[in-house]
Design a protein. Structure first.
Length: 246
């Protein structure tokens, strides 16, 4: 065991940087023979949930969505996912979105398969159907330049349709690429680095971040990022969208 009193993890009232060195596993009913790290949750003041699942031998991730929808994204490895009676093999970059009121069952995972999940209590919208379940592959989704800057590319994984109240996007920054301005917005983010490194500014504090780190940004947490190093920095992130701001 590596023993250390040092960490880059920070938890504040409106943002957190959670690095793997601080993980302590949780037992989640229905999610068996796997390591589950609950990285973002309402206990810290968040409006979303975010977990990281690492598969062991005989992993089964099974349940029925009640009030919260769940988005599963395979970071690496392989598994089989079933939503109700619909089954698919998922590889790295594949995802499955499970709206409320559906059964899900993931198994046949290769050992070490990593899956990040985003959870949000669904807010229905009058005049709109609940969203459908979706199987997808990030590789097949275009990543147009973000606000005209070819150094930044944004892939939007879920349909831009008012029935959805959450978005999950993948943001790729070439080395030296950076957000064009400091964002100050009502939407909340949960985020996980898939590749690379850089520096994130959260409420005027500066954090070095890298692959494997997660960030929570509460509404109005001011945010800016610049990528560094020799390879693009890539993160997958959650955002609440499409609902009237009460
Ligand atoms: O969608 C967003 O708000 C995104 N540009 N924010 C971020 O990457 N911190
Ligand atoms: Mn933002």
């Amino acid at each position: 065991m590596k023993i250390s009193a040092l960490t880059r993890s920070v938890v504040t009232r409106n943002h957190a940087v959670i690095c793997p060195d601080g993980y302590v596993n949780s037992v989640v009913p229905g999610w068996t023979n796997c390591r589950v790290n609950v990285i973002i949750n309402e206990q810290m003041g968040a409006g979303l949930g975010q977990t990281l699942i690492t598969a062991e031998i005989g992993t089964v991730i099974s349940g029925h969505t009640e009030t919260s929808q769940i988005f599963f994204y395979v970071i690496s490895g392989q598994c089989t996912a079933k939503v109700d009676e619909n089954e698919k093999t998922l590889l790295g970059g594949h995802f499955v979105y499970v709206p409320t009121g559906h059964s899900y069952h993931l198994d046949e995972c290769t050992t070490g398969t990593q899956i990040v999940t985003f959870h949000k209590v669904y807010e229905p919208l009058k005049g709109h159907e609940h969203p459908p379940f979706i199987f997808g592959n990030a590789e097949k989704i275009d990543g147009p330049a973000f606000l005209g800057d070819p150094a930044l590319r944004l892939q939007v994984l879920l349909p831009e349709d008012l029935s959805f109240d959450m978005a999950v996007n993948i943001f790729t920054y070439d080395p030296g690429g950076h957000l064009p301005f400091v964002e100050t917005h009502i939407m909340e983010h949960g985020l996980l680095y898939l590749q690379g490194q850089g520096v994130y500014m959260l409420d005027h504090k500066w954090y070095p971040v890298q692959k494997g780190d997660a960030i929570w940004m509460a509404p109005y947490c001011q945010q800016w990022f610049t990528a560094m190093g020799k390879e693009p920095a890539v993160y997958i992130y959650y955002k609440n969208v499409n609902r009237f701001p009460t």
